[in-house]
Design a protein around this ligand. Structure first.
Ligand code: AP5
Length: 183
């Protein structure tokens, strides 16, 4: 199975859910920039204070701030593989990731794109109720996704790494499809 992975897709597509399941069963390291940023917010760090207002509006945190967090985490990537969830989220982040992975001699093996209709995404997120899960903020997250993150679809397709997986259906059925495309 491929074990150096990126998960790409709109908010609510199930990136975090599927990443946690795959990493639990395979031993891959799960690196979620959303979780790392929420950890900084909860700990009340300077970085967390800077990120919180942006996250609560559904805007992206600056590339520089995210890269500062990710770079220190990347040093410990290894073992049975890794899965980056929610990062990279902009073309500059993807470009900055390349020399880091080259230095580690650990190229990406696959980019999984989880795709789902907006109506289902919004329903799922309203059902979850995180601080950034109210309808106005969710709609802004979708706009930001299309403007800043969706260009990564072409970026990784052009590198021959992109694999699309429909993200509707049960959690278990989607996990199974992801396993199949990675085998
Ligand atoms: P982040 O935490 O990455 O949030 P997101 O991309 O908006 O994604 P979500 O966590 O909302 O959705 P998901 O696809 O992981 O779905 P999940 O599995 O949770 O980022 C949050 C914020 O942090 C950003 O807005 C930004 O401000 C900042 N940030 C993070 N990374 C950044 C970066 N690299 N650069 C700049 N800023 C960054 O599922 C959603 C819900 O659906 C759950 O309740 C789940 O139980 C349910 N569900 C999942 N699968 C199914 C299914 N098959 N059927 C029914 N329900 C399901």
């Amino acid at each position: 199975m491929k074990t150096r992975l990126l998960f790409l897709g709109p908010p609510g597509a199930g990136k975090g859910t599927q990443a946690a399941l795959l990493c639990e069963s395979s031993g891959m390291k799960h690196l979620s920039t959303g979780d790392l940023l929420r950890g900084e917010v909860a700990a009340g760090t300077e970085l967390g204070k800077e990120a919180e207002a942006l996250m609560n509006r559904g805007e992206l945190v600056s590339d520089a701030l995210v890269l500062a967090i990710v770079e220190s985490q990347m040093k410990s990537l290894g073992g049975p593989g890794w899965l980056l969830d929610g990062f990279p989220r902009t073309v500059p982040q993807a470009e900055a990731l390349e020399p880091l992975l080259a230095e580690l001699q650990q190229p990406i093996e696959a980019v999984i794109l989880l795709e789902l209709d907006d109506a289902v995404l919004i329903e799922r997120l309203l059902g979850r109720g995180r601080a950034d899960d109210n309808e106005a903020v969710i709609r802004n997250r979708l706009v930001v996704y299309r403007e800043k993150t969706a260009p990564l679809i072409k970026f990784y397709r052009d590198k021959g790494l992109l694999i699309s997986v429909p993200a509707h259906g049960s959690v278990e059925a989607i996990t199974q499809q992801i396993r199949e495309v990675l085998s």
